[in-house]
Design a binder for this molecule. Sequence first.
Ligand code: ZN
Length: 182
Amino acid sequence: MFVVGWDDTTRRFLIDLSEQKPGDVLSSALLLRQLTLPAIRTPDSPMEIGELSTSYVITTVQRRLYQARFRNAILDAYRERCAVCGLRIRPLLDAAHVVPDHDPKQVIEISEGIALCGTHLRAFDAHILCYDADYNVRIELPERLTIGEGERSMLLAFAGKRLELPKDQSLWPLECGGLPPP
Ligand SMILES: [Zn+2]
């Protein structure tokens, strides 16, 4: 959780509940998401701080449980492999959110996620990796990213490759909106 802003007139902090450090990523889409998050008013009394802490703990626990259920459901649907590189080591896999993360829901929508290994998940979240309407991998390296040839070819190795998707087409991920049109 990070404080990403402060409104002087209303005395409110702007809190980002994600684990992504503000400024980690060059994408303006993520920055916009962070800046449009609801503001949290500065508490006035110790009692109010206590109430806020309790509700924060409950919300955090609910979110963690939901994230665990979401991850399990997505990894099962993708037969425990990274949709990009096919890596099949469950502890190294995670479920990326294709649509912006929302409040915990009862029913997990498989089409709102995609199973990725750690590297491809970070690339996806950083808007370096996406896929087109035919589910082919797209890689877009930011110009400001200074990396060596080895890293560059490692990232580009799967560009154009078709994603490994669940057998049931109704579970395929929703459109990836992370990159500008080709
Ligand atoms: Zn991978």
